[in-house]
Structures are given as structure tokens and as C-alpha cells.
Design a protein. Structure first.
Length: 231
């Protein structure tokens, strides 16, 4: 499709391309593949396990600000470039913001979203990630991101201490939330971490210098040895 289009799918497994211009795409039923390409697009996956891309299907997608809705089913959403708004809605979704300052939700955009276990990836930029219900994985990646796990036992994932300072708004040790440190971070022991319960600052000390990489809510109840996991 090219120009300013409003294509709709049906119950089959559809492939919808927005083309140039500001498009509105709706996959409806079926396991669909949708990409907005250029322009400021609104894309709804609908029912089924859908793949929804804001720009082109490669990392060099358009730089417009897209709105992506996953719909029912286990969906993969990628905003690519631009300041995008993405919601996985129902199902166990993987939601990736890509470049830009993005807003990502695992379920619906309100606090009564789905109860599935979602994976949210912020990408480059200062992103806002909301897991809502379910046991979610939130990784802000590069930038100073704001992470809200919502209900459930959530993992807040960090790739590096140098990606920025993320704000975790609702960490709860008693709910089973964890700080997950991946191997690229360079940590070898939880003893390398310090937590200031007064300010909420979580820091990493590798060579004698503390690097502040996250700020938690002050009622988090973080226990470094129990709540930080190295993977």
C-alpha cells in the first residue's frame, strides 16, 4: 500500500504495508505482519500473534512518531526510529521501542491491562515502560528511562552501568521483584553493588568508584544479596 492508506485485514494471516504517508493499518483476526514504513502511522495488530513494525522491517526504519497496538495474541512490536507509543495489549508480548523517546506498555494503557508476562525493551532514548499486570521483564537499555513493573513479580534488566540512570517507580522486594544484571554489565558478585535506602540510589562499584545506574522508590525494601541476580 502507498500514500495515506487505511488497509484492514480479515480472519486470514495478512501482510499489510503502509508505504509513504500517514497510514492506519488494522490486521483484525489472524496472525498478521504489519509495517507502517514512512509517515506517522497508527497500527493495530488485532487478534492473533502479530508482528507490528513502526518503520521498515530493518533497523533503518522511518523516523516518524508511530502508534502501535498489538491486540489479542502474543505479539512482537518494534517502534524503530521516532518517538513512538506502543501497547502490547492482551497476550505475552515483546515490545521494543527502538530509537527515540518511546512510551511502552505491556498490556492496555490503563492499570487494568492484561495479566500476561511481557518483555519490554526501551532501546535508545529516554523511554517510559509500563509492565502492568503479570510477571514482566523491563529493560530500558540506553538512556534515562522510567520503569514501572505494575502488579506481579517483575524483572528490571540492566545491560551496563553506563547506559544512563533509570528510575524504577514501584520496586517491591515483598512482591518478588528482582534487579537482573546480564553478563555484559561486568559484575561478578552482588557485593559490588551498593544501595542507599534513603535516596533510592543503586550503584555499581567495579574499580573503587561507584557508578549510579538506577534510582528506586524509597519503600522498595531492596535486599542486595536476595534481590539482585546475575545472569
Amino acid at each position: 500500500m502507498g500514500g495515506n492508506e487505511n488497509p484492514h485485514g480479515d480472519s486470514a494471516n495478512d501482510t499489510l504495508w503502509g508505504g509513504a504517508g500517514d497510514d492506519s493499518l488494522d490486521g483484525e483476526q489472524g496472525n498478521d505482519w504489519l509495517t507502517g514504513e514512512s509517515g506517522r502511522d497508527i497500527i493495530r495488530g488485532g487478534d492473533g500473534n502479530d508482528t507490528v513494525l513502526g518503520g521498515n522491517e530493518n533497523p533503518y526504519g522511518d523516523s516518524a512518531n508511530d502508534t502501535l497496538w498489538g491486540g489479542a495474541g502474543d505479539d512482537y512490536l518494534d517502534g524503530e526510529q521516532g518517538d513512538d507509543w506502543l501497547s502490547g495489549e492482551d497476550g505475552q508480548d515483546t515490545v521494543k521501542g527502538g530509537d527515540g523517546n518511546d512510551t511502552l506498555y505491556g498490556g492496555n494503557e490503563n492499570p487494568v491491562g492484561d495479566s500476561a508476562n511481557d518483555t519490554l525493551l526501551g532501546g535508545i532514548g529516554d523511554d517510559v515502560l509500563g509492565g502492568e499486570q503479570g510477571n514482566d521483564s523491563l529493560n530500558g537499555e540506553a538512556g534515562n528511562d522510567t520503569l514501572t513493573g505494575g502488579a506481579g513479580a517483575d524483572n528490571f534488566v540492566f545491560n551496563s552501568s553506563l547506559d544512563g540512570i533509570d528510575t524504577i517507580t514501584d520496586f517491591s522486594s515483598s512482591d518478588g521483584d528482582k534487579i537482573q544484571i546480564v553478563s555484559s554489565f561486568g559484575a561478578t558478585s552482588t557485593s559490588q553493588f551498593t544501595y542507599n535506602s534513603t535516596t533510592g540510589a543503586l550503584s555499581f562499584n567495579q574499580n573503587g568508584n561507584d557508578t549510579h545506574f538506577a534510582t528506586l522508590n524509597t519503600n522498595a525494601g531492596l535486599n542486595i544479596t536476595q534481590d539482585i541476580i546475575l545472569v
